[in-house]
Design a protein around this ligand. Structure first.
Ligand SMILES: C[S@@+](CC[C@H](N)C(=O)[O-])C[C@H]1O[C@@H](n2cnc3c(N)ncnc32)[C@H](O)[C@@H]1O
Length: 262
């Protein structure tokens, strides 16, 4: 079976990301196709986990409009949790970077608040295309080039260190399954922040979801992992709110880089 163009590009990129993926390259082409069509192929660092068999995620196809509709319906509900927490921290003077923007639901709000100085990366071509379509339909077609393919563990490829007032991780952290990737991602996010910049986290954390099992491509972490890791990098917790969405407990937290931080 032939792999769709964008799925194949994703696979190539995933395969290029590290030595750890070498075992995958030699796998049966049919299984590889299923993997590369998985909606959340973002767990590039852990693709090996699927070697035990195709997961339910591999059945979801981004080129199926029903998948998009379903994701969209779910997404809509999330806006009203996130926006009241993040918006007060944005102003026309702010610039921000959204890491893993996905379908881009809230980007128009961020662009409006920052007078167009919102940027983003996501490593799924489908998401980039989808967000571009959305932005165009929402009247922000002129800034679609600000939302591009990029990898959370290599933000400096697209953005200068110390260049943004705000960096956001909205339901991204659990997809950085490898602790090494997760730490690298946080390091990159911190490095992009200006000396007084803020980091916004929206994540379902293990403390708020006792007993919940994640699919094999995600990893639950306790909120304290974020607090201690960021604190050791000169980024401290300013505020946090617990909320529930689609049956999961989420933390919505704002962290601030201190002038003395690394
Ligand atoms: C659960 S979705 C969340 C999307 C969006 N932030 C939201 O809250 O609606 C996770 C997104 O992060 C992207 N992603 C995951 N890991 C990534 C990585 N290592 N680099 C860049 N994007 C990544 C995925 O492609 C996906 O679009």
């Amino acid at each position: 079976m032939k792999m769709a163009g964008s799925a194949f590009r994703n696979f190539q990129r995933a395969a290029a990301i590290g030595q750890r993926l070498q075992p995958m390259v030699s796998l049966d082409p049919e299984l590889r196709l299923q993997w590369s069509q998985a909606v959340w192929i973002d767990r590039v660092s852990k693709l090996g986990q699927y070697a035990t068999g195709p997961s339910k995620w591999s059945k979801l196809k981004l080129d199926d409009p029903k998948t998009i509709e379903r994701l969209e319906r779910k997404e809509r509900g999330f806006d009203k949790h996130i926006l009241p927490v993040i918006m007060p921290h944005l102003s026309p003077q702010s610039s921000m970077l959204v890491v893993g923007f996905g379908p881009g639901r809230r980007l128009a709000h961020y662009l409006q608040a920052t007078k167009g100085k919102c940027y983003g990366i996501d490593f799924l071509d489908e998401m980039v295309g989808f967000a571009h379509q959305r932005l165009t339909s929402e009247g922000w077609g002129r800034v679609t080039e600000q939302f591009v393919f990029g990898i959370a563990t290599d933000l400096n490829a697209n953005h200068a260190k110390g260049s943004k007032n705000m960096v956001t991780w909205e339901r991204l952290g659990n997809h950085l399954v490898d602790d090494e990737d997760w730490l690298k991602g946080l390091d990159e996010a911190v490095s992009i922040l200006r000396p007084d910049g803020k980091f916004f986290l929206a994540e379902s954390v293990s403390d708020l979801n006792p007993g919940r099992q994640m699919n094999p491509g995600s990893k639950f972490r306790p909120f304290s992992d974020y607090i201690t890791t960021l604190h050791s990098r000169g980024v401290s917790l300013l505020s946090a709110k617990e909320t529930r969405f689609a049956g999961d407990g989420y933390i919505l937290a704002v962290f601030g880089k201190t002038a003395s931080g690394c």
